[in-house]
Every structure is written in structure tokens, then in C-alpha cells.
Design a protein around this ligand. Sequence first.
Ligand SMILES: [Zn+2]
Length: 313
Amino acid sequence: MLGLSMMWGVSGASHADVVASIKPLGFIAAAIAQGVTPVTVVLPDGASEHDYALRPSDVRRIKSADLLVWVGPEMESFITRSASQLPDNKNLELTALPVIQSHLVAETGDDHDHASTHAVALKSVKSSERELSDSHSHQGTHNMHIWLSPEMALLSATAIHDRLVQLMPAQKATLDSNLSQFIANLQHADEGIRQQLNTVKDKRYYVFHDAYTYFEQHYGLSPLGYFTVNPEIQPGAQKLHEIRTQLTEHKAQCVFAEPQFRPAVIDAVSRGTGVRKGTLDPLGSNISLSPDSYVKFLSQLSSQYVSCLKPMN
Ligand SMILES: [Zn+2]
């Protein structure tokens, strides 16, 4: 992001610049690094986490980063090569951490009660995707949208804190205080969001892509499913027929598009069914980096659910 790089200044020898792959990881890093070191984000606003090609300036920025924060090769495949050229202590691949791995769940979304059968079905979908596209990134059997889990956000914040303390021991007091503040803010926001979502948690709906499992499980929401696992791949005819049937029978109150994807397919499937249409932004692309941006991001997502799922007048 050119704008941000210019605003924050070019990395100097005395700085441990943090580079985050995507906005939400930048939100967490910005809270921890506040007053210590600048944070920038690789993925431009409006781009998809599943499909991006690094520009030469991105490659240079990652190369000169003192800390790269990313999910892992099964999510931001566009980062993998640049990350592998960094020394281990500058490469924070979150899903390589055992503490994060223990929180990962399988890519399911349609039916949490039949996770194992579903995982098998998804595998076959994914092999056909592989033939269609070699740039897709959902190769894993785990859901890699870890930034939508408040628990894993907290673990990520702690991991970023620990790395920055190693890199800049003189800043330990500030980093400790930033981490405590982040945890306190997140816990407070978490209670508010839970109360807000409690009012709509039994409402059924479809999301555009399989990104929201961690958030939905954490707050007890009731999704009916998703249009696609990988937003770069158009949903299949059978899937669309399934969703259309549910909508015609008024099983869902809402279908959610995303700012990154406003596919005609959602309009086509919901036409004439009376279902509401909403938008969920899994990346917080309209939110700028600040110490409280992660909490703003979760709160915005919560409001986006509620505005479509609240009782109809
Ligand atoms: Zn995604």
C-alpha cells in the first residue's frame, strides 16, 4: 500500500518495521507495535486474500521487513516465496505455531454435525478446483481464516509481542503494556459483541465464502452454508440449486455478499425469494490501522450480521 508506506516513512536501520500480509493481522500488529515501530499491510484494500500477486515494491518491503506476520502458505500463497527468504526470527507464520494449530478446525460450513463427510466432499471439490486454477489458495483441509477468531487473535497478538520483544528488548515495557491493553480491549468488546449477536443467533443465512466459521462458532451463530469455499471459483450448479431451494422455502433470512466480491450469482439465486441481502467484510478493508482497529473490525462485522438478521418490520 503505497499510501501507507509513504505515511509511515521508509524503513530505517533503527526501526523494526512490521509487515502484515492482510489488514486484520495489521490491525493486531498495530495495537502491539503502537509507539514502537511502524506497521504496513501488503494486500491492498479491495483485493482478495485468496488471489493476489506481489508487486516488486511488495517484494522489496517484505525483504527489508524486520518482522513479517502472515497466516501461512495455505492462505496467502502469494507470500510464501518471499517469506521463505527471510531468516526464521523475522518470519512469523502464525499457523506454524502449535498453539494456533491446536485451534484450527476443518473447512466445513454447511453442516457442523457432519464434519468428516463434508471434509471428504470438499477434498474432491478442491481437486477439480486445482485443474481450473493454479492460483487458488484453499489447498488445506483446515479453515485458515484465523483472524476471525477472537481466541486466535489473542494468541497472534501474544506471538507478535514475543517476537518484537526479542527484536527490540529495550522496548519491552511498552510492548508489555500494549499487549495488556489489547487483551483488555478485546475482552471488553467480546462481551458487547456477544450481547449484540445473542439477539440474532438463531436466524439462518448464507455467506458468500467459507471465511466466517471461527467467528460464527465463537458467538453461536447459525449459518446455513456458503456459496463457495474459494471465492475465486464460481459456485457449482448443484450448490446454487440447493441454496435456491432453501431460499424459496424461506429457510434463510439473509444472504451476505462481500465488498471484495459482489457476484451476480447472489442476485440471481435470491431473485423473487424475498430474502434480505447484506454485506460482510472479512478483511475490514474500510478500517485504517490504529491501536483499536482490531476491535473496530470485529464490532463492524457484528453490526453487519445484525443489520441483516434483525427482525423484519
Ligand atoms: Zn477467504
